[in-house]
Design a binder for this molecule. Structure first.
Ligand code: BDR
Ligand code: CA
Length: 340
């Protein structure tokens, strides 16, 4: 059984990551903490609660932490993820309540309570986790491991020419997190899923069709020629939700000349966290630029030891998109089938 504690900024691909983890019988979600990023933290929490209910798994704790980055004003990106963060999907207001615990307390308390058992998964800005590390510097040793979606290394950014979104929203937090991991044993170093490999996890219309097939429901057609904003008519609520969310993401990617596809970065990171997808990783010393207006949020990897500093990250160097989509589609499709 994998115990996972996730911190998210849900987010279309965060939503897919969450649904995927809920679909796995061998995953126990310890809690979900929410960081402002794609949308504000409260909206992130409402999205998570609504998704838990949609998937028939209410009762997982959803907690909010910092509602703004450590040192710079918050920027959100409704144009990328839709007005509520889940594209065109609209979920009913959740019956569940946001936890009374602060996200930082959740991370620190859960890690202390279950030393060596919990895998952390962070698919949003690193604000909450940086604050948790300030409170409990031993967090890296208390966790079983950590997977981060963030950064880009010698690869074009998606927010500035050199910076990736999650790091860009809170570069100071990312810098603190990488600094905290310097010199730790290799198996404790975060596995970093950065744009150069997460952009290979490119969801296409055929993947949604296969998802509907796996769910045992009618054909799901999300096609480039259709009018923008069309909604799914699927009788399966989970397929309809994911289809409406991902249609929005595909339209966004097309707007930025990337084709009618959706990069589902966070879903890949979720598969990595529970050991269900193939990848290789390279040890590196990572740092984040926070001083230069031009390069703010740029992640730099020293692969050669040129800085003379110990490694603090394992950066994913290769992955297997086909195998990853097979895993996502089969597992989420089976959950959708169970829910019908
Ligand atoms: C990351 O930014 C967000 O918009 C996505 O959810 C993902 O976590 C990709 O840069
Ligand atoms: Ca995210």
């Amino acid at each position: 059984m994998h115990s996972v504690l996730m911190d998210v900024d849900t987010g279309i691909d965060d939503a897919l990551a969450l649904v995927y983890l809920l679909s796995r019988p061998d995953v126990r979600l310890q809690a979900i903490t929410c960081t402002a990023g794609n949308v504000g933290a409260r909206q992130v929490a409402l999205n998570n609660l609504a998704l838990l209910e949609l998937c028939g798994t209410p009762g997982v704790e959803v907690a909010i932490g910092a509602e703004v980055p450590l040192e710079i004003p918050l920027v959100t990106t409704e144009e990328t993820h839709g007005p509520q963060g889940i594209g065109y999907a609209e979920l009913p207001p959740p019956a569940g309540r946001i936890s009374d615990r602060h996200a930082v307390d959740v991370w620190v308390d859960e890690a202390r309570k279950h030393p060596g058992e919990i895998t952390g998964l962070i698919t949003g800005p690193l604000t909450n986790f940086a604050l948790a590390l300030r409170r409990e510097p031993d967090l890296p040793r208390l966790l079983k491991g950590l997977v981060i979606m963030g950064g880009c290394f010698y690869y074009q950014g998606n927010t500035t020419p050199t910076a990736e979104w999650n790091v860009s929203v809170d570069p100071h937090a990312a810098k603190e997190v990488f600094a905290a991991y310097r010199g730790l044993p290799e198996d404790k170093l975060p596995v970093v899923c950065a744009l150069e490999t997460t952009e290979l996890i490119e969801m296409r219309p055929e993947h949604l069709q296969r998802l509907a097939e796996a769910a045992g429901t009618g054909p799901e057609l999300v096609l480039p020629g259709q009018p923008e904003g069309l909604r799914s008519s699927s009788g399966n609520p989970l397929v309809a939700c994911l289809s409406d969310a991902i249609r929005f993401y595909m339209e966004f990617h097309r707007l930025y000349d990337q084709g009618y596809v959706a990069h589902v970065h966070d879903a890949f990171a979720a598969c990595v966290a529970v050991g269900r997808t193939e990848y290789t990783a390279r040890l590196a010393t990572v740092d984040v630029e926070t001083g230069s207006p031009l390069l703010m949020g740029t992640t730099v990897a020293d692969y050669r030891g040129l800085w003379g500093l110990p490694p603090n990250a394992r950066i994913v160097a290769s992955n297997n998109p086909k195998q990853c989509f097979d895993e996502l589609i089969n597992s989420v499709g089976a959950l959708a089938r169970r829910l019908a």
